[in-house]
Write a protein that binds this ligand. Structure first.
Ligand code: ADP
Length: 272
């Protein structure tokens, strides 16, 4: 079954956009594609201008860019929360996972009830919801916490619940909007390692927004730098380190050198 949505604009030479996407990547290999995507809010704010970005199946790509440059907007239009103004997006929304900076848990539901939420909305039978929820809770290291309410959990644990809730639907593409930005550094590094383990185990395609360049490099096979608003892709950095990766990578000179290069690019983006 082909559940890909092919969205075409009428405003901006859609034929060219389709050609640009299909010329560069065979459709079967493309997990998420933006081709010449622009977005203007109803109040006239131009958030994105001509963003082209293709994620191949299994890639992990991070986006860094100045605050307010349109990173969240890009994820929201990929998920269908916001409409885009022109260009083309290729995405399979049936199999799209999405986590936000805030864990957005329902306080009146226990961990298991929160993890079951998206499955409930999709009409999964109760027994299957329960089984899958407990599996995901274990996978994110929260064995024994299924019957806790969110207020009894730390920030890192809440974010694990949020990841488990999305993982329950077994997404083929997983988008992360600064999920660890509010956590302390040690917790964040631990969650980076856990996320990498999940990525390797589940084999999803990842699109990750962060303000932390080391986090972007540590997780990703590619890091893209966006311009100030209206956002567009300014520069792309291939990350040459193979997976699996471990904490020692963070102390290597070539890791620091790549972070430095991206940091120069980001500073240029902010000051341009
Ligand atoms: P980022 O995630 O890169 O920090 P956002 O995608 O959240 O940026 O926002 C991009 C720009 O669009 C910002 O300037 C923001 O103020 C503006 N913006 C966000 N939401 C709306 C909205 N609903 N209406 C108008 N402007 C918006």
């Amino acid at each position: 079954m082909n559940t890909h949505e092919h969205e075409h604009s009428t405003a901006h030479s859609p034929g060219q956009a389709v050609a640009a996407l299909s010329a560069s990547v065979p459709p079967s290999e493309l997990a998420l594609g933006f081709s010449d995507v622009s977005m203007r809010f109803p109040d006239g704010t131009e958030a994105l201008s001509g963003v082209s970005l293709s994620l191949l199946r299994g890639e992990f790509v991070s986006i860094v860019g100045p605050s307010g440059c349109g990173k969240s907007t890009l994820l929201k239009i990929a998920s269908g929360l916001y409409p885009h103004t022109s260009g083309e997006i290729r995405v399979d929304r049936e199999h799209l996972g999405y986590t936000f900076q805030d864990a957005t848990l329902l306080p009146w539901r226990k961990v298991r009830g929160n993890v079951e939420l998206l499955m409930e909305l999709r009409g999964y039978p109760a027994a299957e919801r329960r089984r899958v929820a407990l599996e995901q809770i274990s996978l994110v290291g929260l064995d024994g916490f299924a019957d806790h309410y969110p207020k009894r959990l730390s920030g890192g644990m809440r974010m694990r619940v949020s990841l488990a809730r999305s993982l329950a639907l077994n997404p083929s593409v997983f988008m992360f909007d600064e999920p660890f930005g509010a956590l302390d550094e040690i917790t964040r590094e631990r969650l980076n390692d856990e996320l990498l383990a999940l990525y390797l185990r589940k084999g999803f395609t990842g699109l990750f927004i962060t303000h932390s360049i080391p986090e972007a490099v540590y997780l990703s096979s590619r890091v893209v730098v966006m311009s100030r608003r209206p956002g567009r892709i300014l520069e792309t950095f291939e990350v040459p380190f193979g997976y699996p990766r471990g904490p020692e990578l963070r102390y290597r000179a070539d890791f620091a050198a790549l972070c430095g290069e991206i940091s120069v690019s980001l500073r240029r983006a902010i000051e341009e």
